[in-house]
Design a protein around this ligand. Sequence first.
Ligand SMILES: NC(=O)c1ccc[n+]([C@@H]2O[C@H](COP(=O)([O-])OP(=O)(O)OC[C@H]3O[C@@H](n4cnc5c(N)ncnc54)[C@H](OP(=O)(O)O)[C@@H]3O)[C@@H](O)[C@H]2O)c1
Length: 358
Amino acid sequence: MFRSVEALPAQACIGSFRGLSTCTAVLVRRFGGPEVMEYRNGVALPDLGPNDVLVRARAVSVNPLDIRMRGGYGKSLFQPLLPIVLGRDVSGEISAVGSGVRQLQVGQEVFGALHPTAIRGTYSNYAILAEEQLTAKPASLSHVDAAAIPFAALTAWRALRSTARIQNGQKVLVIGGGGAVGLAATYLAKAAGCHVSVTCGKKSVERVMEAGAQQAVDYTSENIREQLKDRFDAVLDTIGMPETESLGINVLRKGGHYLTLQGEIVSMADKYGLLAGGAAAAAKLVQKQVQYKQSHGIEYWWTVMRTDAEALEEIARLAKEGSLKVPVGKTFPLAEAAEAHKAREGKKTVGKVVLEVE
Ligand SMILES: NC(=O)c1ccc[n+]([C@@H]2O[C@H](COP(=O)([O-])OP(=O)(O)OC[C@H]3O[C@@H](n4cnc5c(N)ncnc54)[C@H](OP(=O)(O)O)[C@@H]3O)[C@@H](O)[C@H]2O)c1
């Protein structure tokens, strides 16, 4: 049961929202191309759990994960749960809070991101996130700019800050520095006092230098390895192809960390089923960790975005002072989510694609 909060004081709307039991959302009932996305009114809104927050969404961004999920990535998990709502990031105002929510208030402007496995995503005018997945939106950021940040930045944080534990003065290489995660990683490594090199396309050089990289190497050049003269403490590989993995592994110092965003847990679960695929992926990861430890003396990781309230607060602080940005290339109304996916897949749009919610 949801009750309207309009006539009620802040925090009075505990777990319900009078008059609002449905929302508008982009549904995926079957996997496929952009045409499978259905913009629908009257989609049921579930009740809020004690730690849940109902966000009146103003902007939601398009992540590569949304496009992959629409096409069937993660089907071992999502197929039995169809229809699903895509979308991880959101920026908007709080409409209602669950009974256990302590820090956030009705009416507050917030932004944040769902975990990669969330079934009810944010392509909707009302999104539900746990309190720890949201934080106050800096007033200096528009909803569109804020929505572009959290999922990418939390992924970069998970890799570089939580796993590699980068320190002031260390050297970091970001492979794919021109993308959303790569740029966020560059800003975060710079903020941690690291020396940052990136590989990126020619058109991204200016943006990665603005983000704080000291060196930008064009990934189409033939002598990438020779241009990267440093030995790095951490390599974040957002691309995860055999050649980028080989590059990353071979430029690390002994004891350094190689972190790829292209782990195989989901793809193996899709191929062999959740249990068998999960077990096969775990075995493959351990085998690679042992192999690279023996051959190169390095730590090898598959990175997955994770909810981290403290990290999100720090990300908001950096964004507020202009030390973390994820540039937006194009916006579309939520009703045109399919067009937005086409624009992203066509790779003609530089920067993040964001859906604006009326
Ligand atoms: N594991 C996780 O939890 C997780 C979380 C977030 C994202 N991801 C994955 O990470 C990847 C990046 O995500 P994103 O949001 O940053 O995507 P994005 O904004 O679309 O960026 C992708 C970038 O890759 C760059 N690129 C393509 N080929 C390259 C190469 N050979 N070498 C260097 N750069 C290359 C392009 O750079 P230019 O524009 O400079 O050409 C492009 O901007 C996606 O595959 C996504 O699915 C995984």
